[in-house]
Design a protein around this ligand. Structure first.
Ligand code: AFP
Length: 343
């Protein structure tokens, strides 16, 4: 007799969000609806990302006019508009700030002014990888507004420290599309099943290994970094490190993809300040804070090399910071070498 193999139950992202709604701070269903809006927008962006090569090589390059005589827009602009539209129509969000736009946007409709949340996001990070078919991602961060409900969103709503985030996540458009998020109760990952168009729970309760043997850094910058960075890369390459053998260097140049790999395998991502970018390269609000929240929730660390990312009080929308994120022991090691070697 054949044994019937029991299939495990598939939990969709929507189901998961509803099941865990009671865990959210201020559980009224609004945050669930924002997460749902993000899900829908990211499915649309995922579809567009999958067509990127066709757009370039068959339908006409982005930024040009396609064969139907329509203007092709760059994918990062398309993604930006897609997310803004989702938030504007959703009714829970009173304003947004995006890496793509110089200024924040306060939604003006009466229903949006009643929204209690703001969302900060990078619609398509790693966009220089689009042309060469390498993974890219969306990163988002959700805060309660600090301004009065019923009014327009303000700059203060946007400039909150990372510790005030109520949810954060990323979507990775890789060999499959994944959405990973936290509401401060652990981290869960969902893979998009293209055949049914649903994100399904594939990585429950994600934990970042405490240590690893992968380091990700643009080493072309090594001579314009402070001496502690060189000391750390030499440590990574040495037989005298904690693993007794050289680590692997892996640098995709797409923060979401480098971070996601390190979340699963253990590792560190480094983007320090350099003499040419004295503040660092990555944006505190759109890239660093959301991933720092996720890293900490998964047992990892995120710092500027000297202090915790989530504690920084932002001064500007597009503020940049040096960034060290990943497995706890690895971030601590590089921080100790930065102190030992000085600026
Ligand atoms: P782009 O979106 O402009 O490609 O920037 C990507 C990014 O913010 C991050 O995802 C990469 O890790 C980092 O910049 C790459 O920077 P370098 O090209 O200087 O290594």
């Amino acid at each position: 007799m054949h044994k019937i193999k029991r299939m495990s139950k598939v939990t969709t992202l929507n189901e998961f969000i509803l099941d865990n709604q009671a865990d959210f701070p201020f559980a009224t269903g609004e945050l669930s609806r924002i997460l749902n809006d993000i899900t829908v927008a990211s499915k649309i962006v995922s579809r567009d990302v999958r067509k990127a090569g066709l757009v370039d090589h068959i339908l006409g390059a982005q930024g040009e006019t396609n064969i139907q005589g329509e203007d092709q827009q760059k994918l990062d602009v398309v993604a930006d508009q897609q997310f803004i539209k989702a938030f504007e129509n959703g009714g829970e969000v009173c304003g947004i700030a995006s890496e793509e736009n110089d200024d924040f946007v306060a939604f003006t409709s009466e229903s949006a002014k009643q929204g209690k949340y703001v969302v900060l996001f990078d619609p398509l990070d790693g966009s220089s990888n689009i042309d060469v078919n390498v993974s890219i991602g969306t990163i988002f961060s959700i805060y309660r507004r600090v301004s009065e409900v019923g009014t327009l969103a303000t700059l203060e709503d946007m400039l909150q420290p990372g510790t005030a985030q109520v949810a954060a996540g990323y979507v990775l458009y890789g060999s499959s599309t994944m959405l990973v998020y936290t509401t401060g109760k652990g981290v869960n990952g969902f893979t998009l099943d293209p055949s049914i168009g649903e994100f399904c729970l594939s990585h429950p309760n994600m934990r970042m290994p405490e240590s690893g043997r992968i380091y990700a850094m643009n080493e072309g910058n090594i001579d314009i970094c402070e001496p502690g960075i060189k000391a750390y890369t030499q440590y990574c390459q040495s037989f005298d490190n904690d693993k007794g053998a050289p680590y692997s260097g892996r640098y995709i140049g797409s923060l979401v993809a480098d971070f996601h790999r390190n979340m699963i395998k253990g590792g560190i991502y480094i983007y320090p300040d350099t003499t040419t970018s004295p503040e660092g390269r990555l944006r505190l609000l759109y890239e660093c804070n959301p991933l720092a929240f996720i890293a900490e929730q998964a047992g990892g660390l995120a710092t500027t090399g000297r202090k915790r990312i989530l504690d920084i009080k932002p001064e500007r929308l597009h503020q940049r910071v040096p960034y060290f994120i990943g497995s706890k022991n690895m971030v601590e090691k590089v921080m100790s070498l930065l102190i030992e070697h000085g600026k």
